[in-house]
Design a protein around this ligand. Sequence first.
Ligand SMILES: [Mg+2]
Length: 123
Amino acid sequence: MKFLTIDDSITVRKIIIRTLEQAGYEGSEFLEAADGEEGLERVAKAGEVELVICDVNMPNMNGLDFLRALRANSAWAHIPVLMVTTESSRHAIAEAMEIGANAYVVKPFTPEMLQSAIRGLLG
Ligand SMILES: [Mg+2]
């Protein structure tokens, strides 16, 4: 499996990756990006990504703009995207789901919350 975690906080990226490893995806490839623009570069380079876990609030290119760009490209439109947001940015979730996000979790999340959202998407 190839996962892409996009978040401007390196700490959050590490927590997400550790949670994925503990959820049984430890043999996977974990790509990271610090903003949406870097995220698009990673997807373009990786060719195929099974799941994107994407923060909403980021400098340069935020999660909503990343999602819009991803969905606008027919090669990437099918990639499942799990949005991660804070309680204060909850309003962005409705917009993210409209753009084409598949699920979301609100920070601070427990490993169980993240794992259950990921299992829901990957089956
Ligand atoms: Mg952020």
